[in-house]
Ligand binder design. Structure first.
Ligand code: SF4
Ligand code: SF4
Length: 391
């Protein structure tokens, strides 16, 4: 397992970190997987207070008994969106130490900042001051944040505080999305180590890829899986410290560890980089709406799941899988008490002003409705819901 040195504190971190969100639901399997990862050299484990409603931290804590805790760095997160007082933050932190069966957290993050206002709220509540006290006491070793907003907000947040590290979404399709490449480089230039999440874009860079992408990869001399291609691209950046992967089987673990043995920064050749360019071009051409799922446009007063509609619509063009209309119905609550279809849009326009990507949401939702729903959609859904007894 290759390691990279934390540019701020000198920690030797395995380049492959374990994202615990997708751990197997079976406790024994989850614990065995975590311990197997440690035995094979992974020493960075990422969880959060909200993962599996707190159970994820409990599971990780249990897996790290019997001498494993001392061998790894534990990262977990405080959810600012659930914190309205300093007391609440303190209570959450105490519960986390308890769940994780530890006396200190190595890497503690403000979870999912999307704009500077969220950080400012933590300052005004006294949370940042208290976190600094915890650092002095040694209960927190490094203080950082994870981020899902726009590049401009990332720049403001990263420059607002003397962060020990940060965590961003980054993969070959998000080179110019969210914090993007410039954010990664900015953090590095400020001596802030960067942890990467979503290197496989939630699996979208691995499963149901367009045929053209699969053949672009397979035309290359050395045979690699889409996951290996995606991970190698991220590790090629010298600014990246750790790449988190949400592994839930031994085979995924073995494959990623295999890739991590030789994924040095700057190791991709000119020919390999050309393959990525080709793949990115194909994927971009097939992406109809440049929605980043930031959620700024939400909630819609009429219940439309705007990013969900756009994601399902993009998948229709991007993925070679079948039953995409069925997936649209399923994922947009066709059989729940709160459907969220594009056709529910009444064109009030409230959402559009908030979209950082300047998407013409009303116009695009009409396209989604026409292509994913059609004339008979609503009556059919109505009948199906009635038959299933859904109100
Ligand atoms: S324009 Fe449509 S999607 Fe946007 S807020 Fe209004 S009803 Fe919702
Ligand atoms: S439509 Fe715009 S604001 Fe809404 S989630 Fe997509 S990118 Fe964000």
């Amino acid at each position: 397992m290759l390691t990279r040195t934390n540019i701020k504190n000198g920690d030797e971190l395995s380049i492959l970190g374990f994202g615990c969100l997708r751990l197997p639901s079976d406790e024994t399997k989850a614990i065995n997987l975590i311990r197997s990862a440690i035995e094979q050299g992974i020493n960075y484990f990422d969880t959060a207070y909200v993962y599996q409603a707190g159970k994820n931290e409990v599971l990780l804590g249990k897996a790290l008994t019997d001498g494993y805790r001392e061998r790894v760095k534990v990262a977990t997160k405080l959810p600012p969106y659930m914190v309205n007082s300093l007391n609440r933050a303190v209570k959450i932190f105490e519960a986390q130490l308890d769940s994780l069966r530890t006396e200190y957290i190595d890497y503690y993050l403000l979870h999912m900042l999307t704009d500077k206002a969220m950080f400012d709220k933590m300052v005004s509540l006294g949370v940042m001051e208290w976190l600094e006290e915890e650092k002095k006491k040694g209960t927190i070793k490094n203080l950082g944040f994870s981020f899902h907003g726009s590049k401009i907000d990332f720049e403001m947040i990263v420059k607002s505080y003397n962060w020990d590290f940060c965590q961003i979404q980054y993969n070959y399709m998000d080179e110019y999305n969210q914090a993007e490449r410039s954010g990664l480089e900015l953090a590095y230039s400020l001596n802030i180590p960067v942890i990467i999440m979503e290197p496989l874009r939630g699996g979208k860079l691995v499963t149901n890829l367009p045929e053209e992408v699969i053949s672009a990869f397979s035309d290359f001399d050395e045979k690699r899986s889409p996951a290996e291609w995606a991970l190698r691209w991220v590790w090629n950046h010298k600014e990246v410290a750790v790449v988190l992967s949400g592994m839930n089987t031994e085979s995924q673990l073995a494959e990623n560890i295999g890739t991590a043995q030789s994924a040095h920064a700057g190791s991709l050749s000119f020919e390999e980089l050309r393959v990525y360019d080709e793949v990115k071009k194909i994927m971009a051409e097939k992406t109809k709406i440049s929605c980043t799922a930031c959620g700024y446009c939400m909630p819609c007063p009429h219940g439309v799941n705007i990013p969900g509609c756009f994601s399902a619509y993009n998948d229709k063009y991007l993925l070679s899988g079948k039953r995409l209309r069925w997936k649209y119905i399923q994922t947009l609550g066709g059989f729940s008490s709160k459907p969220a279809f594009a056709s529910q849009c009444v064109e009030c326009g409230k959402c559009e002003v908030h979209c950082p990507q300047k998407i013409e949401i009303r116009k695009e939702l009409k396209n989604v409705s026409q292509e994913m729903e059609g004339i008979l959609f609503r009556p059919i859904i109505k009948i199906a819901r009635k038959m299933l007894g859904i109100k």
